[in-house]
Design a protein. Structure first.
Length: 199
């Protein structure tokens, strides 16, 4: 099995005004496509050929940096598209909200800390909600890294590479993170991933 670029689960202009058609065209058609193509070239002839994306990410970490970078970013983007939807944001589904309050204090505190993780990630990387040891936790990672290689299961991630927001927000990363949480997140999908991670 090689990597394939998934279709966006919505139209290119469906997330406007919070994420523009131009951003999605570049981000999906150029950046994500490049991770898929480069990843496939790097997979050839390695022990990871035929493995799932998750297995490639975990297996190549610390061993094959170039393959890991591209496999990690492929995994991250497959999910990033699904973590957003038109008219996203809003109230969290009950089970997810209850667990966030339990583990992180409140939904407001979770949002503040998530934004802080994204703003505090120096350079390129990601901000995360992940399940680790049965608890929801906030994480940040550099470049293509993700919670999978830190013994955790990601349930929400926000891409804070400049290619994700510079067209729409210029240097205002905090505004992008706020708009992501308030207007773009598909919390139902986050809850699904949360429930799977807790099994
Ligand atoms: Mn990206």
């Amino acid at each position: 099995m090689s990597f394939t670029l998934p279709e966006l689960p919505y139209a290119y202009d469906a997330l406007q005004p919070y994420m523009s058609r131009e951003t999605l065209e570049f981000h999906h058609d150029k950046h994500h496509a490049a991770y898929v193509n480069t990843g496939n070239n790097l997979l050839k002839g390695t022990e990871f050929e035929g493995k799932s994306v998750e297995e490639v990410v975990k297996g190549s970490y610390g061993k094959n940096q170039a393959l890991f970078n591209n496999a990690g970013q492929h995994y991250n983007h497959i999910h990033f598209w699904k973590w957003m939807k038109p008219n996203g944001g809003g109230a969290l589904p009950g089970k997810l909200e209850k667990k966030i309050v339990e583990d992180l204090g409140s939904v407001e505190k979770m949002k503040e800390d998530f934004i802080q993780a994204g703003v505090g990630q120096f350079g390129s990387g990601w901000a995360w909600l992940a399940v680790k040891d049965g608890k929801i936790t906030i994480m940040k990672t550099p470049n293509g890294e993700n919670p999978l290689v830190h013994g955790a299961q990601p349930i929400l991630g926000c891409d804070v590479w400049e290619h994700s927001y510079y067209i729409d927000y210029r240097n205002r990363r905090p505004d992008y993170l706020k708009a992501f949480l308030e207007n773009l997140v598909n919390w139902e999908h986050v809850e699904e991933m949360f429930e799977t991670a807790m099994k």
